[in-house]
Structure formats: structure tokens, C-alpha cells
Design a binder for this molecule. Structure first.
Ligand code: ADP
Ligand code: MG
Length: 347
């Protein structure tokens, strides 16, 4: 059996204090000891992972992201993305908020992955690691560099190299030596994220944000010891090395809410349509990847910026986890149902 290309998790956030205050009712639940989510009276969906209102950041990280971090260190590309309507917990889950204000326990996926990567680096004495990061966002089908705000979207282009790797020309890639350096770039990028105002949520995220960690490793072949013992010094040029490159993309997608719901008109309407077409294209790609007949069908990567960006990080040898985030409140029933349907299609 071929391994499943995309695994899907659903996370239900708790009711927020404001929702409790307004007496919101809960309309989703997890069937105990199963991977089933039930919405409303009896609409059931099954996923690879389900996380209820009481699940912690650590629960989510260790079950669905940690294995991908290990794979990335072994040389595979990996992607985790958060999908869901605005306010459903995407940024909280991915770890893209104002991280310095969170205690360790409440930190999301990216800070945890960063620590895990550096822990591994210090354990692999024989390997020479080079780590870089980039952080970009896609807003209205234009790219913006969150680590270099002066550059304009015209400076940044998506290309595919001869090996089929996606390269972002013109995006800043910062070399990193410590977890703290990486965390401060993440924090700076988070602060620069594009936000707009809609009737639905004042700080609603209208853009997709992609934080990428690039790992380049130089390893002695077949575990040859890196010997500094005087008798055994091998000249650098005579030793054989293998180079391993991989990357890990963390994607905080734009809110998936439907256009009409937010009462948008004009520019806002156009923006919503562009967001929704990106999410739709991504859904099509993922569902094509999960199709057992996928060898014969066309995978529609080229349709939008977000799918082009993620092309070498979805499918093939890449490992992907989608975390669908939902609100438990019955006032969000329709959007939660839409999210569950989207996530279900990805399986
Ligand atoms: P989104 O990025 O999808 O718009 P956020 O991540 O900003 O949503 O979450 C909306 C609100 O809900 C924030 O105040 C956030 O702190 C809170 N929240 C989200 N998920 C959880 C959770 N699992 N536990 C506690 N609070 C959460
Ligand atoms: Mg957000």
C-alpha cells in the first residue's frame, strides 16, 4: 500500500469567553474513542486525527506535526496547513500570532517545530547543517515578503528549477544559527501580516502566510565517522559526502468564509473571490492527490499562487497534514459544516 499523501486533522476550539457570555450553544462533538466528528444532530465525518476543545497545543503538535519534522530532517519535504473560517483557530494552531505573549504551553506548531529541529541538529554531530527561513504571504494573488517589507510583489516570482523544485525568486532567505534567531524572524513576519477589516472579524486574515524552513545537510557517506583523531585525519577533498536538501512549509491560510456572509462589496468582494479561488484550487489539488487513480488525472497546480508555491511540498515524496479548524458555536454551524466537507474531500 502506498502511503497516503495527505493526512487530515480536525481541531475544534473551545467556546471563547465572549461566546460563553452570549450563551452560544455547542453544535459539534467528537465521538469518544473514534476519529469521528459529529455536527448538528447526526452528520458524522471521520478523519485521521480529531482534536476536541480540551486538546492542547502539545497534543496537536506531537500527533500530527512531529512525525513530519522527523521526515524533514531525513530529507523529505513537508507541509502543514491550517484551514478554516476566520476566528476558528488557524493562527493559534500554527503559531503565527504574537508568540512572545504566549507561555510555552500555549505556543503553536511553528515554535515547537523550530525547537525540535535545533534539538536534532545538535544531536547529529556528524552532519553539517545549514538552516534558512523565508516568510511570504499571498494577498489578492500577489506575493509579499514578510521579512523584507520594502520589496514589492513585482520583485518576487515563483519558478520551477530543473529538478522540479519550487523556487521563490526575490524572496529573502535568512540564514539561521539558533532557534531564537528563527523565532524573532517569525515574530517580525507575524507582525507584518496583512489584515483588513470585515464585518465578520476586525482582524480577519485575508492572506495566506507561508513560513518555510529550508534544511541543507552535508553528511559523511555511509556513516563514516568525522574523525579528528590525528592518525585518521582524512582530507576534506578525499572524503565522500552526501548533500540532503529539504524544506518544511507552515501555511496559515486565509479565512475560508463564504463571500456573501461577510457582506462584502467592491474591492472586498474581489478580494474574497480571489481568496476563495486559491482555497478551491488547493482543495482540488489535495483531492486529486488523494485519488487512487491520481496517476491518470491532472493535478491542477498551476491555477493559483498558493498551489504553485506548494507544488513541490504536496504529493510526490512530500508529507502533508491539513488541520481543519472549526468553531464549536452553533452560530458558526454553516461555516463549520463547509470546513468539514472541504476537509473530508481531502481524504
Ligand atoms: P483564525 O486565525 O482562524 O482567524 P485565531 O487563531 O485568531 O483564528 O483564533 C481566534 C480566537 O480564538 C483567538 O482569540 C484565539 O486565541 C482563540 N483560540 C483559537 N483556538 C483556540 C484553542 N484551541 N484554545 C484556546 N483559544 C483558542
Ligand atoms: Mg488568523
Amino acid at each position: 500500500m502506498e502511503e497516503i499523501a495527505v493526512k487530515v486533522a480536525v481541531r475544534i476550539r473551545p467556546l471563547l469567553p465572549k461566546e460563553i457570555l452570549h450563551n452560544h450553544q455547542v453544535c459539534v462533538r467528537i465521538v469518544p474513542n473514534t476519529q469521528q466528528v459529529v455536527i448538528g444532530k447526526d452528520r458524522a465525518f471521520t478523519f485521521d486525527f480529531v482534536f476536541g476543545q480540551k486538546s492542547s497545543q502539545e497534543d496537536v503538535y506531537s500527533a500530527c506535526v512531529k512525525p513530519l519534522v522527523i521526515s524533514a530532517i531525513e530529507g523529505y519535504n513537508a507541509t502543514v496547513f491550517a484551514y478554516g473560517q476566520t476566528g476558528s483557530g488557524k493562527t493559534y494552531t500554527i503559531g503565527g500570532g504574537h508568540i512572545a505573549s504566549f507561555s510555552d504551553e500555549l505556543k503553536g506548531i511553528i515554535p515547537r517545530a523550530i525547537h525540535e529541529i535545533f534539538r536534532n541538529i545538535t544531536e547529529h554531530h556528524n552532519t553539517d547543517f545549514h538552516v534558512k527561513v523565508s516568510y511570504i504571504e499571498v494577498y489578492k494573488e500577489e506575493l509579499r515578503d514578510l521579512l523584507e517589507l520594502q520589496s514589492t510583489s513585482k520583485d518576487i516570482h515563483i519558478r520551477e528549477d530543473e529538478k522540479g523544485n519550487t523556487v521563490i525568486i526575490g524572496a529573502k532567505e535568512c540564514e539561521i544559527e539558533t532557534p531564537d534567531e528563527m523565532l524573532s524572524l517569525l515574530e517580525a513576519g507575524n507582525a507584518a501580516r496583512h489584515t483588513g477589516t470585515t464585518q465578520m472579524n476586525e482582524h480577519s486574515s485575508r492572506s495566506h502566510a507561508i513560513f518555510t524552513i529550508y534544511l541543507n545537510q552535508k553528511q559523511p557517506k555511509n556513516g563514516q565517522p568525522s574523525n579528528t583523531d590525528e592518525e585518521h585525519i582524512i582530507k576534506e577533498s578525499e572524503r565522500s559526502f552526501q548533500l540532503i536538501s529539504s524544506k518544511f512549509c507552515f501555511v496559515d491560510l486565509a479565512g475560508s468564509e463564504r463571500v456573501t456572509k461577510t457582506g462584502n462589496t467592491g474591492e472586498r468582494f474581489k478580494e474574497s473571490v480571489q481568496i476563495n479561488s486559491g482555497l478551491l484550487a488547493l482543495g482540488n489539488v489535495i483531492s486529486a492527490l488523494g485519488d487512487p487513480k491520481r496517476k491518470s488525472i491532472h493535478v491542477p497546480y498551476r491555477d493559483t499562487k498558493i498551489t504553485r508555491l506548494l507544488k513541490d511540498s504536496l504529493g510526490g515524496n512530500a508529507k502533508t497534514v491539513m488541520i481543519a479548524c472549526i468553531s464549536p458555536s452553533s452560530s458558526n454551524f454553516d461555516e463549520s459544516l463547509n470546513t468539514l466537507k472541504y476537509a473530508n474531500r481531502a481524504r
